[in-house]
Design a protein around this ligand. Structure first.
Ligand code: ADP
Ligand code: MG
Length: 621
């Protein structure tokens, strides 16, 4: 809740709207307590007094009634009617929308055709017709305004509900045996409530205007009762001779509607779940860099990640997702990065090209060097040119990385054309060639498929083809085979292996599966809680793991034909990275941990190509 207000008030216009609206609301709430004159008492002798006249701060109207008193009482009435109309319309409209959207089929059809019929009339005409039928009066105006706005809510909410009703969590609720009412109230309503609130906050102003419009025409509040619309209506005949009588209610309507709309927009932005996690500002094009300390020296590796630290600053909490990671690859080399989920593998990978969303991500130390050039703090244009061209990514879920509405060929062509000027026909040729490279059979016709027409394995190949599109020097593959079955996984791995042999591609392969590492990688780095705990040649690490964590990880992998062996899970959970212990992060789960392990900062030490971050490493054979 506090984040909501913080976000809301970061938006200056919304804050201004909130302040103006609160002042007006407080004024109308205490109106009966203020020493005001009776708004309805006429004194024809005092008619049309100018503002600041004796005893009448805002002057008087054509019947000598005090304008200030009428204004405050009128505003009170207008706001009450407008807000009630909005609440009624939102409640009834949303209920209709949820029922139509949730039950679907014939219920939906009948309800929505009724709503369509209401919407077929211009809504002002409809409101006039309703008041004409019911007779003039503020209550009837309220009913009319609420009624003409019901379809707006019903349509909006139905659309959202239809989308939600087909989702898995609703199916799960049904399978759990929940009744319709319970599903609607506990599963659907919380999801549509923000939309209802947003729709309401953006339409209240509009409903206040509509009520004022009806009163202006003499169909709403009846004399002598004042509301903003009727005050305007009565002032109409004296608009030229005594403009203050219409300016006063006019300014009030303007202030109310403006402040409600500004506030409504602010609420909409602050409630948007996509904006909530970060800030209201759009994510930056590259990760924010706030480096302290020295920048490490350049090395002769193709890609070198040096002492990289990436944190997430959420409110006052600091999540140290990557706490000083150093990794490097040479051309044609494959480095495996392995660790439990949440250990910081993806954040490390995304930091390389400045792809961690900021806010909340911040790179606080270290360097990432591509051919010696530091990419952190590089100008955006230079990073953009390398993204997808020199360093490309393959992500875990191919369905969410491909655009659902474009053919895969178009998407491949786009990946090429954003870095190279080539004609459409050439780009298509190249797309087909790429699909053949990743062994998609029948590439000629597959190139015109949409992502949903392909299987998971095919889509992942398209993802790989896209990463290869510009013949990059480095591919960072973030769990590219986790979503695939074992046979497809094997094919993809051998494909990547061929590519690196043929093209001298360097691969950083992120996974949580030692089996995959063994098949593909020359070297492996084991990460735990945002730090590398062991690194070395794959074979050597697999044969004789030095860090207790690595040993436990390997013990989790079943082996075909390996005989009977105890498979042991690692007890405990990975630590939460906003509260890391001072010593070894694995100590609480380690059966060899001593008192010392928990307190001192242990460095990554080793001989030759093996290194380990442990005070009591396993004996190396
Ligand atoms: P994995 O090794 O499974 O790829 P990640 O690199 O995705 O793990 O995440 C590393 C850590 O960073 C996790 O502990 C996660 O909770 C934290 N993290 C990731 N994104 C955010 C975020 N936007 N805000 C706060 N913490 C985050
Ligand atoms: Mg990940």
């Amino acid at each position: 809740m506090s984040t909501f207000f913080k976000l809301l008030f970061r938006n200056r216009l919304a804050a201004m709207g909130a302040v103006v609206l609160s002042v007006i609301l407080i004024l109308v709430l205490i109106t009966p307590l203020l020493p005001l004159q009776n708004p309805d008492i006429t004194a024809t002798a005092d008619r049309f007094q100018k503002p600041f006249a004796d005893g009448h701060l805002l002057g008087t109207d054509h019947l000598g009634r005090d304008l200030l008193s009428r204004l405050l009482h009128g505003t009170r009435l207008s706001l009450a009617v407008g807000i009630s109309a909005a609440l009624i319309a939102a409640t009834i409209g949303s209920a209709i929308g949820i029922i139509a959207g949730y039950f679907g089929g014939r219920t939906d059809n009948i309800i929505m055709r009724g709503v369509d019929m209401l919407m077929a009339f211009p809504y002002i005409l409809l409101a006039l017709a309703i008041v004409a039928a019911l007779g003039p009066g503020l209550m009837n105006a309220l009913i009319a305004v609420a009624a003409v706005n019901v379809p707006f809510f019903a349509r909006n909410i139905r659309g959202i509900t239809v989308g939600l009703a087909g989702r898995e969590f609703i199916d799960a609720a049904r399978l759990a045996g929940m009744g319709h009412t319970r599903i609607i109230l506990t599963e659907l309503l919380p999801n549509v409530l923000p939309v209802i609130i947003i729709a309401m906050s953006t339409t209240i102003g509009w409903m206040i205007l509509e009520t004022a419009g009806l009163s202006f025409l003499g169909l709403g509040s009846q004399p002598p009762q004042a509301d903003l619309g009727s005050m305007l209506g009565e002032a109409r005949s004296a608009m030229i001779s005594h403009p203050h009588t219409s300016v006063v209610p006019g300014i009030m309507i303007f202030l109310i509607v403006m402040s409600i709309n500004l506030l409504g927009d602010g609420i909409r932005d602050a409630l948007d779940p996509r904006l909530r996690s970060g800030a209201l500002s759009r994510p930056r094009a590259t990760t924010l860099v706030e480096r302290t300390g020295d920048v490490p020296e350049a090395t002769d590796d193709l890609l070198a990640i040096q002492d990289l630290e990436t944190q997430f600053h959420v409110n006052k909490r600091i999540y140290r997702a990557v706490g000083g990671v150093s990794l490097s690859v040479k051309p044609g080399e494959c480095l495996g990065v392995i660790g439990e989920s949440g250990s910081g593998k993806s954040v490390t990978a995304l930091s390389v090209m400045g792809l961690v969303a900021s806010p909340p991500g911040v790179i606080t130390a270290g360097a990432v060097r591509f051919r010696g050039e530091d990419l952190i703090d590089a100008p955006y244009e230079s990073l953009r040119q390398k993204r997808g061209d020199r360093v490309a990514y393959i992500f875990q879920d191919p369905l969410s990385t491909l655009h659902p509405l474009y053919r895969v060929g178009q998407q491949l062509a786009e990946a090429i054309q954003s870095h190279h000027k080539i004609s459409k026909a050439e780009a298509r040729e190249r797309a087909i060639q790429l699909l053949e490279d990743v062994r998609i059979p029948n590439a000629e016709s597959r190139v015109d498929n949409f992502p949903h027409e392909m299987s998971g394995g095919m889509r992942q190949r398209v993802g790989i083809a896209m990463a290869l599109a510009n013949e990059p020097n480095v591919i960072i593959a973030d769990e590219p085979t986790t979503a695939l079955d074992v046979t497809v996984q094997a094919q993809i791995l051998s494909l990547l292996d061929d590519l690196r042999r043929d093209r001298g591609l360097a691969i950083v392969f992120i996974t949580h599966d030692f089996g995959v590492v063994a098949q593909l990688c020359d070297r492996v780095a084991v990460v735990y809680a945002g730090r590398v705990v062991e690194e070395g040649p794959t074979g050597a690490v697999l044969d004789a793991p030095a860090h207790p964590y690595t040993k436990r990880l390997i013990a989790c992998v079943p082996e075909l034909g390996g005989g009977r062996r105890m498979l042991s899970a690692i007890p405990g959970l990975p630590p939460v990275v906003d509260d890391l212990p001072p010593g070894c992060a694995f100590a609480p789960r380690c059966d060899k941990a001593q008192e010392k392990c928990r307190h001192i900062d242990i460095s990554l030490a080793g001989t030759g190509d093996r290194s380990v971050r442990c005070l009591y490493p396993e004996e190396l054979v």
